[in-house]
Design a protein around this ligand. Structure first.
Ligand code: ATP
Length: 371
């Protein structure tokens, strides 16, 4: 991925921020640095504190302790309207009686920007979101996606240093949402403004961000690029939160070399790529994404040197054929294979006995933790 647009100049710095509501600590000693031009997504389950982090950056909430620094300036005690930060909420509440132009111009007028400057700035913002031909319409004459674009134009017209987006696309239907994801990312590149985007939709986070922060209970579980988060989750929580994953309990039998261990999964022994410092007898978790698993056909009485399972479900998804396998222990295994009609191997029949294989080094091994 090309990150050429991201500089190493910090534009938002949160230093040991703590915030409680009703005596309960929601954000605990939270540290974060966001660089200029970065598209950062904060991802996490409902109630983990994502919105609270945004509100602390925006100045809509005061921290109990810690500092908020924007563009090098300590703004902890500075009110929201004086921070160079705008927010686009899920309910983007446009003024219904005002035209699109007036909606976008409103903030500039309130700031006392002079008339001759307002017109070109508003039209430029509307061009950015491809709504310059709709300037005289009222919000009710626009689709949901167009209204959302007006809200974004309104938020970028005064060229903030940082734009905060709180579940900004979640009111849109699936197709529109996909399109807006692309548009928003392109817009962010064009503007060079730092975007901090909050969502609980992992697919949205993976496709839009330069960097993802996975949160749980007010703390950061992992901070990395979309690929790092998906391919090298640091723990079971992150692994499970980002997409489907199969988790196998395994016992270490011995270390083979720096990269590989010999381990037992169910009653089978196999080679596993493992960077952890483990020794014989240790319990570990072996994680495999559904698309990294292959199903091999075997005859019913075969005793293959690998894991076996029985095909219990097959779901045709267009691009892929997804199967649910059941292992002798009762554990289910999800498999997602590219579907190619000319490849008969992918067409497994129900209840067929199959071997479960994968390419060594595609698995992630974690120390044992509570599942
Ligand atoms: P969601 O995805 O559901 O929006 P979130 O991760 O954005 O969740 P927050 O809105 O930051 O979570 O809320 C975190 C916790 O803080 C929740 O338990 C919430 O009930 C609590 N909370 C947030 N704001 C307040 C408030 N003003 N008063 C009391 N509790 C609050």
């Amino acid at each position: 991925m090309n990150h050429a647009h991201v500089s190493h100049k910090p534009v938002v710095e949160l230093k040991s921020l703590t915030k409680s509501f009703d005596g309960k600590e929601i954000i605990s000693r939270f540290n974060l640095t966001v660089n200029d031009g970065e598209f950062l997504t904060i991802l996490g389950p409902s109630g983990c504190g994502k919105t609270t982090v945004l509100r602390l950056i925006a100045g809509l909430e005061d921290a109990d302790s810690g500092r908020v620094i924007i563009d090098g300036k300590d703004v902890t005690d500075i009110p929201a309207e004086q921070r160079h930060v705008n927010t686009v909420f899920q309910s983007y509440a446009l003024f219904p009686h005002m035209s699109v132009f007036e909606n976008v111009a409103f903030g500039l007028r309130m700031q006392g920007v002079d008339r001759t400057t307002i017109e070109p700035r508003v039209m430029e913002a509307l061009r950015m979101v491809q709504l310059d031909h709709y300037a005289s319409r009222k919000p009710h004459q626009l689709s949901g996606g167009q209204q959302q674009r007006v809200a974004i134009a309104r938020a970028v017209v005064n060229k903030p240093k940082v734009l905060l987006l709180d579940e900004s696309l979640s009111a849109l239907d699936y197709k529109l949402r996909k399109r807006m994801q692309m548009e928003l990312k392109q817009l962010q590149r064009k503007l060079g403004i730092t975007f901090i985007f909050v969502t609980h939709d992992q697919e949205e986070a993976l496709s839009m961000s330069d960097r993802i922060l996975v949160m749980r209970d007010g703390e950061i579980e992992q901070d990395g690029s979309p690929r790092e988060i998906y391919e090298e989750p640091k723990n079971l929580f992150v692994a499970r939160f980002i997409g489907e994953i199969n988790v196998f309990d395994a016992t270490v039998i011995k270390r083979m070399d720096e990269q590989r261990i010999w381990a037992r999964i169910e009653s089978r022994e196999c080679e596993v790529y493992c960077k952890l410092d483990v020794r014989a007898g240790d319990q570990v978790k072996v994680l495999l994404r559904p698309e990294d698993i292959r199903i091999e056909e075997i005859s019913d009485d075969a005793n293959p040197n690998g894991l076996i399972g029985y095909v219990r479900e097959r779901n045709y998804k267009g691009m892929t054929l997804d199967s649910v396998l059941e292992m002798p222990s009762g554990q289910t295994v999800m498999v997602s294979e590219f579907f190619n009609e000319d490849d008969p191997d992918v067409d497994h029949s129900l209840d067929q006995k199959v071997a479960i294989t994968w390419v060594e080094s595609w698995e992630v091994v974690l120390a044992d933790e509570k599942a």
